[in-house]
Design a protein around this ligand. Structure first.
Ligand code: ADP
Ligand code: MG
Length: 267
């Protein structure tokens, strides 16, 4: 019975059932509250409907962001506001702020963060990634060694193309720590294929301690290294960070304190 003769109570039950059937569960839960407010505040029907659906939209948005953040597997919660630019004079702040606008994603451009250990490469990569997640993009974080290991395993298990599709999928892929560990030959090949699949389609942020000249050595194969660099750098921002190690700062302070305590002058 759906005609005008249906009782108010039945109509309410029917409305709840409709919301449940459409899986609008947050709106279903909010229904009594919204109807009460609508009655007491003399709300228009448009206003009450907007309130009700706003509950569902907000809840859906929150779930989507949480899923994106889980998929991103960022190892730290760092954001760009956590990065202390005064502590790292070796980084171009204006350039990082420009990258943080995420315009590079529109151009499928890459970002290479190059520098010695401890200067904040991983932190900046994570902060940019976090910004992209918060903006609703699909992002995934991995390290060069992990990517190589996952591709190797996938090849053994006959899942190579699925693995390639996975790494081609995210709008932004972060590959951390290229060059710290030597890549096995099949690892270098996997990395090359991932870069090749993403080339001109979606952005990659790569962090490395390797100077461009050292790439050939790290890949064991100068041709693969050259081909990979060619694709990576074709449309890329290279951020060289040549400053003090932030990690060593704490050690330095500790050492200074010890030295001062021992009666030596510190510089
Ligand atoms: P890298 O990847 O270059 O080796 P990380 O990004 O891992 O360096 O930074 C090393 C540590 O120092 C991290 O705990 C990071 O949070 C911290 N750190 C580095 N640079 C900064 C900075 N400019 N402001 C705040 N913390 C920093
Ligand atoms: Mg790092």
């Amino acid at each position: 019975m759906t005609g005008p003769t249906m009782s108010e109570a039945r109509r309410y039950q029917q409305l709840r059932a409709h919301l449940g059937y459409l899986k609008l569960n947050d709106a279903a839960d909010a229904l009594p509250r919204v109807l009460d407010t609508a009655r007491t505040e003399g709300m228009s029907i448009t206003c009450a409907l907007e309130r009700l659906l706003d509950v569902e939209v907000t809840a859906t948005e929150t779930r989507k962001r949480a899923a994106l953040l889980r998929f991103a597997t960022l190892p730290e919660p760092w954001t760009i506001t956590d990065f202390d630019f005064t502590a790292q004079p070796g980084v171009d702040e204006a350039l990082i702020r420009d990258l943080a606008t995420l315009r590079f994603l529109d151009d499928a451009a890459n970002v290479l963060l190059v520098g010695p250990p401890g200067v904040g490469k991983t932190m900046l990569a994570i902060a940019l990634a976090r910004g992209a997640v918060d903006a609703g993009f699909r992002v995934h974080f991995t390290t060069a060694a992990d990517l190589a290991a996952r591709c190797h395993k996938a090849a053994l298990e006959g899942r190579w193309s699925t693995c390639m599709r996975f790494f081609a999928g995210p709008r932004l892929l972060i590959i951390d720590e290229l060059g710290y560990l030597p890549l096995p030959a099949d690892g270098a090949a996997a990395l090359f294929q991932v870069i090749n699949h993403r080339y001109l389609k979606s952005s990659t942020i790569l962090t490395t301690n390797l100077g461009i000249a050292d790439w050939a050595g790290a890949f064991g194969d100068a041709t693969v290294a050259a081909a990979m660099l060619d694709r990576l750098l074709h449309r890329a921002t290279v951020v060289g960070i040549d400053g003090p190690s932030y990690r060593l700062r704490a050690h330095q302070r500790h050492a200074d304190t010890l030295r001062a305590a021992a009666g030596h002058r510190t510089t």
